[in-house]
Design a protein around this ligand. Structure first.
Ligand code: SF4
Ligand code: SF4
Length: 216
């Protein structure tokens, strides 16, 4: 293991407590480390975890090690019952640790990419997210895609094309009911239509009663 790797490990360990220095040779079975500083750190820690007696007899036998709030490693959990899959958290996540696959309404997460910046937690209008700073020693789990929340796409009430999560439609209908622009049931129902049908429906109702648009 070369000096730059030892330096990284040393600096990271200073965040926690007085470091333990090893004076004997460390022969980690990984060859040259590659990638960004963060990627090299994960490779080095995974290599050390495979030699638990070198680090600590018990540390790497734990599934994960809890870290302080400022640590840039950890997981995010989502309270499924509160998540509307609005994707507000995905929009602000700087590392794409939170993402969606584009095929179905779902919120996905890769722990290794999460830097615990907290932007997702602040952006969530439903307070559905919680950060958990930790180092997950299970490399496979840390690198795999977890689905934090998933829903079947609701169908447009007019053309029956799947288009949006049902929980988001229900949330918008509840929040907008009573607003001046959504004062009748027809306007509320449009929220449950896909974007094409919504436009068609607006023009049809204007053709039926041209004076309706003057009321807004
Ligand atoms: S966790 Fe919050 S911000 Fe993210 S999709 Fe769910 S409701 Fe939206
Ligand atoms: S804490 Fe930051 S990096 Fe991690 S998922 Fe949230 S926004 Fe992304």
């Amino acid at each position: 293991m070369n000096k730059s790797i030892v330096d990284i490990l040393y600096l990271e360990s200073l965040r926690e407590s007085k470091p333990t220095l090893f004076t004997d040779n460390l022969i980690a079975p990984i060859g040259e480390l590659e990638g960004s500083k963060r990627e090299r750190l994960f490779q080095a820690l995974d290599a050390l975890a495979e030699q638990p007696s070198r680090v600590s007899p018990t540390l790497t036998q734990l599934p994960s090690t809890q870290l302080p709030n400022s640590a840039p490693y950890g997981s995010v959990s989502c309270e499924s019952k509160d998540c509307t899959l609005c994707m507000g958290c995905v929009a602000v996540c700087p590392t794409r640790a939170l993402h969606h696959d584009g095929d179905s309404p779902s919120l996905n997460f890769i722990e290794q990419d999460c830097i615990q910046c907290g932007m997702c937690e602040k952006a969530c209008p439903e307070n559905a997210l919680t950060l958990n700073p930790r180092f997950n020693w299970d490399k496979e789990a840390r690198q795999s895609v977890q689905t934090l929340h998933q829903e079947k796409a609701a169908e447009c009430i007019r053309c029956h094309k799947p288009f949006a999560p049902q929980s988001m439609i229900t949330m918008l209908q509840d929040k907008l009911r009573g607003h001046s622009q959504f004062s009748n049931e027809q306007a509320i129902n449009r929220i449950a239509m896909c974007e094409d049908c919504r436009v068609i429906d607006v023009f049809e109702s204007m053709a039926e009663d041209p004076t309706e648009q003057l009321k807004y």
